[in-house]
Design a protein around this ligand. Structure first.
Ligand code: AMP
Length: 189
């Protein structure tokens, strides 16, 4: 069964449209036969996705550092597999290595950091897995604009656009994942 790592918000305070889309993502992933690999939390969009995967018969793997589980008490204990790591680094490495692709939903600094890390590693050829950004309600439009600024000012090469896909809908994201073929964008410079 293929596994998809989902990065998304730990905030429960975001608009209802984001909660609804996170649930729809979980449902669609389970239906498409993807296991969910994610940060193991039961908060914000993270909890929504995980619960929706379960509600639709899917498999959930959570990876959470001990400190977040014990101190913050935010783990989704119903995960089919809940992997407790000693450090955040160890957790990130499992989320990164035991997967077939990355799906980025709206999120804050944690999500942005996770997205930029897998993007940067792909740019440097450490992996060639698909990276999809789900642009719910145009949430990521300012980031796309900023990325265009990077290309225009030559801080990144325009062919980096092909390292990720910004999806307008869940179906768009799923179609991209299903059809994905690794491409070589060459050396960074
Ligand atoms: P953020 O976008 O800042 O809300 O951070 C969410 C992302 O960072 C998720 O994809 C998680 O992998 C990770 N993360 C941040 N905070 C937590 C938390 N309290 N519990 C579990 N994972 C978290």
């Amino acid at each position: 069964m293929p596994t998809l790592t989902v990065y998304c918000s730990s905030s429960s305070r975001v608009d209802a449209v984001f909660h609804a889309e996170a649930e729809a993502v979980g449902a669609r992933m389970a239906e498409a036969g993807y296991s969910l690999m994610y940060g193991g939390g039961d908060i914000g969009l993270m909890g929504r996705v995980a619960r929706a995967v379960h509600a639709h018969g899917g498999h959930v793997i959570g990876v959470i550092p001990e400190a977040l589980r014990e101190v913050e008490g935010v783990a989704y204990e119903a995960c089919d597999e809940l992997i407790i790591t000693q450090t955040m680094q160890e957790r990130k490495s499992i989320l990164f290595t035991r997967t077939d692709g990355f799906l980025v939903l709206p999120g804050g600094f944690g999500t942005l950091e996770e997205f930029l890390e897998v993007l940067t590693l792909k740019q440097l050829h450490y992996h060639d897995l698909p990276i999809v950004v789900l642009n719910t309600n145009g949430f990521y439009d300012p980031m796309v604009t900023f990325f265009e600024h990077l290309y225009a000012t030559r801080f990144a090469r325009p062919n980096c656009r092909s390292l990720y896909h910004v999806a307008a809908s869940i179906e768009d994201a799923m179609a991209y994942l299903a059809a994905y073929q690794p491409i070589n964008v060459g050396q960074k410079w």
